[in-house]
Design a protein around this ligand. Structure first.
Ligand code: PGA
Length: 218
């Protein structure tokens, strides 16, 4: 019993994360797994829309994603900031400029994520509210591919700050200093309302909610 409580021995943590969550969740899992070395972990990575379907069909215990729609019977708790920024290659005409008016972004092509991506819908909501219509004729269903396409000079991109650390450090990408940005989002822990979580999922959720999660990230 003691072993069970302490180590969740024989336990299996099954979580699902939105695509860009793959850049943060491993660090959270690593910290949790250090406390529970016997634990088995499965992490499924998929976009927001697919995740919402999985939650609705009760296929997943616990998910990490952007804020889910209110009308679904989900329990969602914010646990970490998720700022969205505009990324450019270092040679871009706007790179290094300060206080860029939001409207100026309309002059440049953007590479956006597929329909169903939470990053995309948050960006669409933000820009339409601001009355700015972006040139978005390029679409890619992989965030990694978008980073490379931006680096290659195909256009600007919108990225969660947590997903571009290496490229910023290496100088392959820069963040444009646009007025009114970043778009302020949060990561949420989500499960079906009334769902009885597995012991491992419950312990992982408690673990995240009882600390400053940003400190677990590199
Ligand atoms: P996504 O993730 O853009 O990969 O769908 C973010 C979210 O769930 O909001």
């Amino acid at each position: 019993v003691i072993n069970d409580l302490k180590g969740l021995a024989g336990g299996h943590l099954h979580i699902a994360v939105a695509t860009t969550g793959a850049y943060i969740a491993p660090y959270l899992l690593a910290a949790f797994a250090r406390l529970h070395p016997q634990l088995k972990v499965s992490m499924d990575v998929t976009n927001r829309e697919a995740l919402l379907h999985q939650l609705a069909d009760n296929e997943v215990d616990l998910a990490i994603m952007g804020r889910p729609p209110e009308e679904l019977a989900l329990d969602a708790t914010a646990f970490l900031d998720n700022p969205l920024v505009v990324i450019a290659p270092p040679g871009h005409p706007l790179a290094g400029c300060s206080r860029i008016p939001l409207q100026d972004l309309a002059e440049y092509p953007f590479i956006i994520r597929e329909a169903g991506s939470g990053t995309r819908s948050a960006a669409e909501r933000f820009f339409s509210k601001a009355g700015v219509s972006l040139q978005t004729s390029m679409e890619m269903s992989s965030h990694e591919a978008i980073k490379h396409a931006v680096r290659a000079g195909m256009g600007l991109g919108i990225a969660s700050l947590h997903t571009i650390r290496e490229e910023l450090t290496a100088g392959h990408l820069v963040i444009l200093a646009v007025q009114g940005l970043p778009i302020q989002r949060h990561w949420y822990l989500v499960h079906r309302q009334g769902k009885r979580l597995s012991a491992a999922a419950q312990a992982f959720r408690d673990f995240l909610l009882q600390q400053e999660v940003a400190r677990l990230l590199p």
